[in-house]
Write a protein that binds this ligand. Structure first.
Ligand SMILES: [Zn+2]
Length: 399
């Protein structure tokens, strides 16, 4: 009944695609970076990554092999796990001082989002917050003032390498803001699963479920977008099959390959929209500085249960596609809870030290988050506060 075509030979997991942007996919593809820089006429790139990744050998090797090919490559690594407006400002200053001509963004969400935002801001007449994804703010951006971007993901979760936005923390309001422009889609992606091999199991799990939630919220949002729906379904099937394998054995490059593309598929699908899980995860990430994927993973069933009246049919269709034993709505919820437990993800927010103290604030931040618009049911701030409370308490009784 479901799609059983599975490629499990690493040699077959190599490809070049021009959808949704130019993607060089497969183990070892990082070796093409210098040639890609030359093709884009990027001869003096600024490599943007975070403080942890810059310690990794592969970042040093990337710089060395670029330099060996005659491409002088400077590194900016002052990027926080949840990148801030000042991180972007500082990066733009370094870019201008070094007279750079392109950005190589390497990382999970942090390095990729910061790199894309820096590239956006190198020559604009407005401040970063003037480009928040509200109304038609994006039309203020001068696309000619944006630097070219090569994006290199090191986690399989965010999918930011194929996303047209960056999530940046506004320190003044302690909130996460989405900065959007269609041309923020990186020019070229190098998706090399070898770079995700060293991820510890708990990060593999949290980022992998984030990718699942991207596909799931995109699938459930009511907008008309059959292309996104098709991508989302197959993205979730790949994650169901391969995330447990990558979690158990991080060196399995076949599993890492499938997870890496499933992550890109999630971000491709969510051009259609996201929903209430992300609307709650954004304020929680900003207020408690917790891992975005982990927050989504924990929030997942609590938001789905509240959305049941609007999504039940879609979830049954999804459960059939995933070949679950019980293809009812509650069967899907039970499967997701088991799937999550097998990945050692806690059942509730209390387990990661989130309390109810800011319950009202979180409800009102969630209702104003731009992802709230995509949720199948328009929740009020009180309803978001209630969902938050059920996620803290671990209360899975259907509302
Ligand atoms: Zn996410």
């Amino acid at each position: 009944m479901t799609n059983k075509i599975d490629i499990t030979t690493l040699n077959d997991l190599q490809a070049s695609w021009n959808f949704p942007t130019s993607i060089h996919f497969g183990a070892g593809k990082i070796s093409q970076l210098a040639d890609i820089c030359k093709t884009l006429k990027v001869n003096n790139p600024l490599l943007v990554t975070d403080a942890e990744l810059v310690q990794q050998n592969f970042v040093k090797e990337i710089v060395q092999s670029n330099e060996a090919a005659g491409i002088k490559t400077a590194v900016f690594s002052s990027v926080k796990p949840n990148p801030t407006g000042s991180n972007v400002e500082e990066g733009v200053a370094v870019y201008k001082n070094g007279k750079h001509d392109g950005v190589i963004a390497i990382g999970g969400g942090s390095g990729l989002d910061a790199g894309k935002a820096i590239a956006l801001m190198v020559d604009q007449n407005y401040s970063l917050w003037d480009f928040e994804d509200v109304g038609d703010n994006w039309t203020r951006i001068n696309p000619d003032g944006m630097a070219p971007v090569i994006a290199i993901p090191t986690t399989a979760g965010t999918g930011s390498e194929v996303g047209r936005a960056s999530v940046i923390v506004d320190e003044a309001t302690i909130s996460k803001k989405i900065i959007f422009h269609p041309k923020m889609m990186p020019d070229v992606v190098i998706a090399d699963p070898v770079l995700t091999q060293g991820l510890p199991a708990h990060i593999t799990a949290a980022t992998g479920i984030d990718a699942f939630v991207h596909n799931l919220e995109a699938f459930c949002t009511p907008a008309y977008h059959p292309m996104a729906d098709g991508i989302a379904l197959e993205g979730m099937r790949l994650i169901k099959q391969w995330l447990p394998v990558a979690f158990e054995n991080g060196d399995n490059l076949v599993a890492r390959s499938h997870m890496l593309i499933a992550s890109s598929m999630g971000a491709t699908a969510f051009q259609k929209g996201l929903g209430g899980i992300h609307a709650l995860a954004h304020p929680l990430g900003a207020l408690f500085d917790k891992h975005h994927g982990l927050l989504n993973a924990i929030l997942l069933p609590y938001v789905l249960l509240r959305n049941k009246p609007a999504i039940e049919e879609k979830i049954i269709h999804l459960a059939r596609y995933l070949d679950l034993d019980d293809v009812s709505f509650s069967g899907f919820i039970n499967w997701i809870i088991k799937f999550r437990q097998d990945l050692n993800i806690p059942d509730d927010l209390a387990a990661i030290d989130i309390t109810l103290a800011k319950k009202t604030l979180i409800g009102s931040m969630a209702v104003h988050d731009s992802c709230a618009a995509g949720n199948p049911i328009k929740f009020s701030k009180d309803q978001y506060s209630e969902i938050f409370q059920s996620a803290v308490d671990g209360n899975l009784q259907c509302a």
